[in-house]
Design a protein around this ligand. Structure first.
Ligand SMILES: [Zn+2]
Length: 150
């Protein structure tokens, strides 16, 4: 479903497309703890009423999950994504390489789901520099790269 920015404010009844995009600091509860996160939101320029716009709920969830990940030393969604990109894998190929479902990769990278500790260890070990240079590029060559490690 494609959401759109409302052109009226339900709090003050302004009808002149009153919402501006702002960054809001907010507190979110997750797994019994409260995290302060900054997330995009819409704010009425007349009365200050705030609401979430298209995509903002996903951004809020990602920010909350990443705050939790940072606190407990897990890879963030962006770190998982960048490790995969460095290795040149699609999400599907990365999932095969890790031995997990490709839906998990999508959820970890989008921030919809926090990986469990075992998965975090797996991600770290299998994307550690040194290991991944020995990975054969998908569908290109049977040659493996042998790098000496520092
Ligand atoms: Zn308003």
């Amino acid at each position: 479903m494609q959401l759109s920015i409302p052109d009226f404010c339900p709090a003050c009844d302004a009808t002149d497309k009153p919402f501006n995009l702002v960054q809001r600091e907010t507190e979110q509860d997750f797994r019994g703890e409260t995290f302060r996160v900054t997330t995009p939101a819409l704010q009425c320029r007349h009365c200050g009423f705030g609401t979430l716009g298209p995509g903002h709920l996903d951004a809020l969830q990602r920010a909350t999950h990443d705050a939790y990940r940072r606190k407990y030393g897990f890879l963030t969604s962006g770190e998982i994504l960048s490790r995969r990109k460095v290795m040149g894998f699609s999400q599907k190929r990365f999932a095969e390489y890790l031995g997990v479902g490709s839906a998990s990769i999508e959820r970890w990278e989008s921030g919809a789901l926090v990986q469990d500790k075992a998965s975090d260890l797996l991600l770290r070990q299998r994307t550690d520099r040194g290991l991944y240079f020995n990975v054969r590029p998908a569908g290109r060559s049977k040659r493996t790269f042998a790098f000496s490690l520092p």
